[in-house]
Write a protein that binds this ligand. Structure first.
Ligand code: ZN
Length: 128
């Protein structure tokens, strides 16, 4: 297991590492592109973009999409097909909650990010 050294890691570094681990977790969870079903070139797509810190690491907000679907299709369809898919996946109520969360301001401390990092590292290990 990878050890995380708190003392030498700054907020930005932990967030970057968490982005990577969280993305791996999402791809391991979904296994295939949620749009076309391909298992190749998977990426983690944020319905509410990563700019929204409060939903950046929310499992409901992120799905696996293959690279072509992510970049050429659903990235431009957030009010169209992507929204329809997400509403079907989560249900109306969860979609509304997700929007409220995305629009609220969240600022995670380095300690909170580190907790999430360790949480998803463990989750990933269990999935292997
Ligand atoms: Zn695809």
């Amino acid at each position: 297991m990878k050890k995380v050294k708190l003392s030498i890691k700054c907020h930005k570094e932990i967030e970057k590492e968490l982005d990577e681990v969280f993305s791996k977790f999402i791809r391991a969870r979904d296994k295939r592109c949620c749009r076309c079903g391909s298992p190749k070139r998977l990426t983690a797509s944020h319905y509410w973009s990563r700019r929204h810190k409060s939903t950046r690491f929310d499992e409901d907000n992120v799905i696996a999409l293959c690279f072509p679907c992510h970049i050429h299709q659903w990235e431009k369809e957030k009010q169209g097909d992507y929204k329809i898919y997400m509403t079907r996946r989560l249900g109306e109520q969860k979609m509304q909650l997700l929007e409220m969360k995305a629009r609220s301001v969240a600022k995670y401390s380095a300690g909170e990010l580190l907790c999430m990092l360790q949480y998803y590292q463990k989750k990933l290990e269990v999935m292997k």
